[in-house]
Design a protein around this ligand. Sequence first.
Ligand SMILES: Nc1ncnc2c1ncn2[C@@H]1O[C@H](COP(=O)(O)OP(=O)(O)OP(=O)(O)O)[C@@H](O)[C@H]1O
Ligand SMILES: [Mg+2]
Length: 166
Amino acid sequence: MTVNTSRFLPDETATAAFGAALAKVLPPGAVVYLDGDLGAGKTTLVRAALRALGHAGPVKSPTYSLVEVYVFSSLYWYHFDFYRFNHPEEFVDAGLGEYFRSDSVCLVEWPDKAAGFVPPPDLVVALRFEGDGRRVVLSARSPEGEACLRALAPPTTGTTSSAAAS
Ligand SMILES: Nc1ncnc2c1ncn2[C@@H]1O[C@H](COP(=O)(O)OP(=O)(O)OP(=O)(O)O)[C@@H](O)[C@H]1O
Ligand SMILES: [Mg+2]
């Protein structure tokens, strides 16, 4: 079963607040796909998540580095961006599979660019342009992902099964 919820994010502050809330509910081992067009707010959301966990330094987009690493206690957070992949096999060539572990949280921008090689998600966070703001659509893809959705504050629209939420 796919569980979808969505909520409207009127401005960047709302995206940041959502990122901070999400950071608090992701367990070790979680894989999160961040879906959405260029400029949708994926990196903005990750930056806020890392700040909420206590990261004080810069959070730069991994567009060129492929992955940025953050460590909180003994938990590793990896922020990926596969936008520049020409072929999904580049995921394997770069040895990125070893980052996906039970003691890491993986946040992945442009996962489709590594389709077939990047491990499946527990949660898909899709950001869509809506007016001057964004709509975030959350899809749980595992029991762990469903627990994350339950732990988040109530959404502005209802929970549905299988069908995409609007
Ligand atoms: N809810 C929102 N409403 C309006 N603007 C927003 C909202 N959330 C973020 N933004 C703005 O949208 C832009 C998002 O840029 P960001 O780099 O986070 O996008 P991205 O999805 O990571 O893009 P890319 O695919 O290029 O990596 C920023 O300028 C940010 O201020
Ligand atoms: Mg980005």
